[in-house]
Design a protein around this ligand. Sequence first.
Ligand SMILES: Cc1cc2nc3c(=O)[nH]c(=O)nc-3n(C[C@H](O)[C@H](O)[C@H](O)COP(=O)(O)OP(=O)(O)OC[C@H]3O[C@@H](n4cnc5c(N)ncnc54)[C@H](O)[C@@H]3O)c2cc1C
Length: 450
Amino acid sequence: MKYDIAIIGGGPAGYTAAEQAAKEGLSVVLYEKNALGGVCLNEGCIPTKTLLYSAKLYDSIKHASKYAVQAENPSFDLPKMIARKKKVVKKLTAGIRMKLTDCGVETVTGEAVIQGRTDDGTLAIACNDTAYQASHLLLCTGSEAIVPPIPGLSDTDFWTSREALKTKELPASLVIIGGGVIGMEFASFFNSLGAEVSVVEMTDKILGATDRELSGMLQAEYAKKGVKFYIGYKVTAVHGKEVTLEKDGEGLTLKGEKILLGTGRRPVVKGFGLETLGVELSRSGIQTNQYMQTSLPNVYACGDITGFSLLAHTASSEAETAVRHIAGKGGNGMSYKAIPGIVYTNPEIAGVGKTEEELQAAGIPCTVKKLPMAFSGRFAAENEGGNGLCKLIFSEDGTLVGAHILGNPASELIITAGIAIEKGMKAEELASFVFPHPTVGEIIKLTADN
Ligand SMILES: Cc1cc2nc3c(=O)[nH]c(=O)nc-3n(C[C@H](O)[C@H](O)[C@H](O)COP(=O)(O)OP(=O)(O)OC[C@H]3O[C@@H](n4cnc5c(N)ncnc54)[C@H](O)[C@@H]3O)c2cc1C
């Protein structure tokens, strides 16, 4: 069996590549050892957002009186939330399977192992005791949770995001190790449902490279809601339900009925015969050029396996780039200038392009325009007492290079700024578009015009 393209991994990178390649008229085989949709659909983006929506609804009902609406004794049913999450995932994965079947992709359920590459470049892959050959190979094996070597951790019954998304019992207290995006989204979920949540972050701020001012505002918001933050603390040991921390030589012990790891993810580059090809690795994953080609011209890598962006929309965009290149359609390759990053807390943070801190660190001058979200009439109408900020960052010649928003629905607004960044727009051009009124998105025009 010889195909134009063999794809290992059926997550956003793999299934997007498979569909696009089939639409280009190429013969495609896609291997997936677990479930189509990968981490994103089965244990990442979609399950978290489904649960977070239930939590947000519950929060809104609890605070309905702010909007002159009375709701007596609101409650929630965690097992039913989990069941609904499963239903949403099932529907979406079935949709992907149908699309792939409709466009003629051969989908194989099983673990693929690369066998090698012949002198003419043909790639040999084995799956379920069947031998396959392909002219091109796409590596889309994704990433896995990092379990840090904290003394005592492996002896405890800790959660990663995978287990946390399945729990049918609300822990009374939860210690989250790692205040990145995943850690904060779970902090938001369990805090909304009433668990006592502590977040331990080793660096000097939550949310990694997210704009410092906005992440500080979000932290303050969650501190008001009762989340306890331990910033700059390193976890030194875990014993049963006790987590020992240290900062500047001072120790502290937290107790949590559950411990959740939000300590990052690393690319899956082992266990499927990659070493037989000898492709070059980078410090974080697989090295590629702008067309997602590895050091072997007919082997491509897309998505989390590159260790670069670890976002589903980057994965699918990289997959489209790779397939265009294989199909001889050229283009400029992958642009990372305007990849939005979202934190789906309540309120949300969305950012795209450069942050002030990043530019300052590189010694690049910039100007910043910012406005409170309440300058948008719609935001004021829908966010009683709500805080938020829109921040636009311009280079010396006035081109928009970054945009950062705290406030709902930041995730839905950020693409406007992303397009402006990708197109190299200046404030006047961005503000010259007609934004519908009243919308929260008007804040982008107002800030650009400010
Ligand atoms: C809790 C959580 C929340 C997230 N939320 C978001 C979000 O809101 N937005 C966002 O953009 N990103 C989010 N992400 C990240 C997102 O899930 C990933 O960036 C995305 O799934 C990467 O896609 P991928 O195709 O590279 O890899 P994956 O989705 O990891 O898919 C890789 C697939 O390859 C399969 N595979 C691996 N090896 C083999 C083999 N040898 N044979 C056959 N199959 C194999 C795996 O089973 C897996 O299904 C989240 C991640 C987590 C963990």
